[in-house]
Design a protein around this ligand. Structure first.
Ligand code: F6P
Length: 351
């Protein structure tokens, strides 16, 4: 068993897209580190850029007052990694050496955790990961913090859309986030009573969606909600896809599939159809109580992992327990939605 050590200097960064609960994790790390171990905590600004450029802010318990319910991240966040810069690895190593860092806690999604894993294996840096993303698609944990909040926001929106859809006898196509995985769509769709849910894991046939809507209308139900994850794709040959646009990191810029689907539904069925794109509203604002608790547990566990020198591990939720998972197990993979939940539960309510 690893020997615990005390009074360490620990860096923290938040990487990738923001999500509700980031500040709650930071607060928990700082609280556990400062009050229990007497550690010194340093926040790196703007993810890996702050590590390379040594842009930091001191973090202590008093400076984090009021941060538990606050959305976003007080450290700022960015995509990208030290590998994108010619001297990136040297700069990161020099920061560790010159700032006498004993550990760095990386709070991030698949991108940031992959970078952390690579840096740990290639440079032997003392890194611990904390899984975040509203998409809930990190392999190795049952849930990421931020997901529950996003589902609640999407569900609240769907509830509101029901009443306006009913008033006008309209079909509403609601687009939620979910690049590779339909977790938000499936959960919010079940919670919001969707007529159909379209997810990236299950290419859809627009004619089947229209059949569901027609059969519903034939039963006298004129208002319908179709929930679609931004990464959902039509089954090959069933409907023209949209042209792909890429961002500076080579990721497809998603958003807008609901518009294509809404037009296709209206054209095929003649039912008046509108679309709503929830977009970044799902990432903003205060975390739910569930996410505040999960973030707090992850933050405390990350600090315990630092003191156990469990480098190269991710803190994770398995059932109701917080565990440690090797970062290598999560890298290069995304966690698909539970297809049992989609096929055997959600679909019972389609149409
Ligand atoms: O955080 C993940 C995610 O929400 C994806 O679902 C989405 O495609 C992406 O972020 C969009 O992020 P941004 O607009 O910040 O690049």
């Amino acid at each position: 068993m690893a020997v615990a050590f005390s009074h360490v200097r620990v860096g923290i960064l938040t990487g990738g897209g923001d999500c509700p609960g980031l500040n709650a994790v930071i607060r928990a790390i700082v609280r556990k580190g400062e009050q229990i171990h007497g550690d010194q905590l340093i926040g790196f600004l703007d993810a890996w850029d702050g590590v390379r450029e040594r842009r930091t802010m001191p973090l202590d318990v008093s400076s984090l007052r009021g941060m538990l319910p606050r959305g976003g991240t007080l450290l700022g966040t960015r995509r990208g990694s030290p590998y994108d810069h010619p001297n990136g690895l040297e700069e990161v190593t020099a920061t560790f050496r010159d700032m006498e860092l004993d550990a760095l806690i990386v709070i991030g999604g698949n991108g940031s955790l992959s970078v952390a894993c690579k840096l740990y294996h290639e440079l032997g840096l003392p890194l611990i990961g904390v899984p975040k993303t509203i998409d809930n698609d990190v392999v190795g944990t049952d849930v990421t913090f931020g997901f529950n909040t996003a589902v609640q926001i999407a569900t609240d929106a769907i509830d509101r859309l029901h009443t306006t859809a009913e008033s006008h006898d309209r079909v509403m196509v609601v687009e939620v986030m979910g690049r590779h995985s339909g977790w938000i769509a499936t959960h919010a769709g079940i919670a919001g009573g969707a007529t159909a849910i379209l997810i990236p894991e299950q290419p859809f046939d627009i004619d089947e969606v229209c059949d569901l809507l027609r059969s519903r209308h034939e039963r006298g139900r004129y208002a319908s909600i179709v929930v679609v994850a931004e990464g959902a794709e039509p089954r090959e040959g069933t409907m023209a896809g949209r042209d792909k646009v890429y961002d500076q990191f080579g990721h497809v810029r998603l958003g807008g599939v609901a518009e294509t689907i809404a037009h296709a539904i209206e054209d095929r069925t003649g039912f008046e159809t509108r679309m709503v794109l929830l977009g970044h509203i799902q990432r903003g604002g205060t975390p739910t109580a569930f996410d505040r608790v999960l973030s707090t547990r992850f933050g405390v566990a990350a600090m315990e992992a630092v003191h156990d020198k469990a480098w190269g591990h991710l803190v994770a939720l398995h059932g109701s327990e917080i565990v440690r998972v090797p970062l290598a197990e999560t890298v290069g993979r995304t966690r698909p939605v539970d297809l049992h939940l989609y096929r055997d539960v959600a679909s019972v309510f389609f149409g």
